[in-house]
Design a protein around this ligand. Structure first.
Ligand SMILES: [Zn+2]
Length: 437
């Protein structure tokens, strides 16, 4: 993503949810036939041209350079039409999105979703089951980052990917056992590029990259083997650079070891020299960016510091991709969820348009999934309806420090493959009426 400034049309948003009439026309059930919902007369019924119309929302769709109030029609699970005015009678159901932003479904590039009985991220209790945490924050695609490795990816695929309504993609851990715990993640004999590449090639629809993380040694083998696996499989590598070591400095990672398109996550952690002693962005970060290395937020439970993010953003070092590093402890501490992390970048001065781009189009491009992250006709109908709430909000980093913000993104409604999967205020629900006696 190229940093840029862009003026977003202001909307009068405060109190939107409280005062907006929820005009929604569903197919009415028999007991409610006598009292149709407000827009039923203007909706098209069961044989209408479109399944769903998202009416009058402010669309932000960076791929198509859209930043204006538009209607979005959905049919058969894909985006059918985006236009200034689409006739409500052409749709079976209409959702009133006035006062809301309508964006491509959010793509969270850094998550841990391989739940299971172990005490770890790999088939473990530190991970979370995706559908319980994604849709409520507008996320329709979540990329697991290395919870599973090449020895247990099939288990992740069967138990989580194939059972989730969220689109779950994965960076495959170079460690065969994945994130099975600290000692396993130091075992070089379990970090094998050949088997990792083979599994990645076996699951091309699911595996979008290779991950290395949590290494505490002084050598480059985990990074080198990940890059080798990435070369064989034609995939990017994401790095959590583990313990800070002078023997393998950050500059060398970003200027020599990683390739253009590889991803440095936890960019604002401060854990590995992202800032110099005098509080400037490490010149190696700028040099890496110059070469095309991508920088991901990966907030997590210990990887986002205001101490780093504030000076870095002042210097203009904006993230390529915004992500959560969702797991059981990050979500219950400062990180919370995707829209909360996005709100932090609003507070840091990143324009809303760019925040949306870094949470939709940019991650789709980073993982080579050009079919995602936009609202082009024919694209999967993954859509987020976001309220930009105004008020006093506390935004907490991974180290217990708060910045006060006056705007916060809140997910009002999420559509995944054309279905409403989250609806905070019942915009797509039928108004309740007393039963006829
Ligand atoms: Zn992580």
């Amino acid at each position: 993503m190229t940093p840029r400034s862009r003026t977003v049309l202001p909307l009068a948003l405060s109190g939107v949810l409280a005062v907006t009439a929820l005009h929604t026309a569903g197919s009415s059930t028999p007991e409610h036939d006598a009292a149709p919902p407000p827009r039923a007369a203007s909706s098209g019924g069961a044989d209408a041209e479109y399944d769903l119309l998202i009416d009058d929302g402010h669309v932000i769709d960076p791929k198509n350079e859209r930043d204006e109030v538009l209607d979005v029609a959905i049919d058969d699970g894909v985006i059918a039409e985006v236009a200034a005015e689409i006739d409500p009678t052409s749709a079976e159901r209409t959702v009133d999105a006035s006062g809301l932003y309508v964006t491509p479904g959010l793509i969270d590039m850094h998550t841990h979703l391989f739940v299971g009985p172990n005490d770890a991220y790999s088939a473990g209790w530190q991970s979370v089951a995706p559908d319980g945490f994604t849709f409520r924050s507008g996320v329709t695609t979540a990329v697991d980052t290395g919870s599973a490795g090449w020895e247990n990816f099939d288990e992740f695929k069967t138990n989580v990917i194939d059972r989730s309504n969220t689109r779950v993609l994965a960076f495959l851990n170079i460690v065969g056992k994945g994130m099975a715990g600290g000692e396993f993640e130091q075992d070089l004999t379990n970090m094998l590029p050949g088997p990792a590449a083979r599994v990645a090639q076996q699951y091309p629809d699911d595996i979008v990259g290779i991950k290395t993380a949590h290494y505490e040694g002084t050598d480059w083998k985990p990074v080198e083997r990940s890059v080798r696996a990435g070369e064989i499989a034609g995939l990017p590598v994401m790095v959590d650079f583990g313990a800070d070591h002078p023997e393998r400095p950050l500059e060398q990672l970003l200027t020599e070891k990683l390739r253009p398109g590889d991803i440095y996550s936890h960019a604002y952690s401060g854990n590995r020299g992202e800032l110099t002693e005098d509080g400037k962005v490490n010149p190696g970060m700028w040099a890496g960016r110059e070469r095309g290395v991508l920088f991901d937020v990966g907030h997590g439970g210990g990887s986002f510091a205001w101490d780093v993010a504030v000076p870095a953003m002042e210097e203009g070092f904006v993230p390529d991709t915004i992500s959560t590093d969702l797991h059981i402890s990050s979500m219950n501490s400062g990180m919370k969820d995707m829209t909360n992390v996005m709100s932090k970048f609003l507070a840091l001065g990143l324009p809303l348009y760019d925040v949306i781009e870094a949470s939709t189009l940019a991650p789709a491009q980073a993982i080579g999934r050009e079919d995602l992250g936009h609202l082009s006709p024919g694209a999967p109908a993954d859509v987020a309806l976001l309220e930009l709430a105004e008020g006093d909000f506390g935004l907490v980093d991974s180290f217990g420090f708060r910045i006060d913000g006056d705007r916060k993104l809140v997910c009002a409604l999420t559509v995944r493959a054309g279905e409403v999967v989250w609806d905070l205020d019942g915009r797509a629900a039928k108004p309740w009426m007393p039963r006829e006696q």
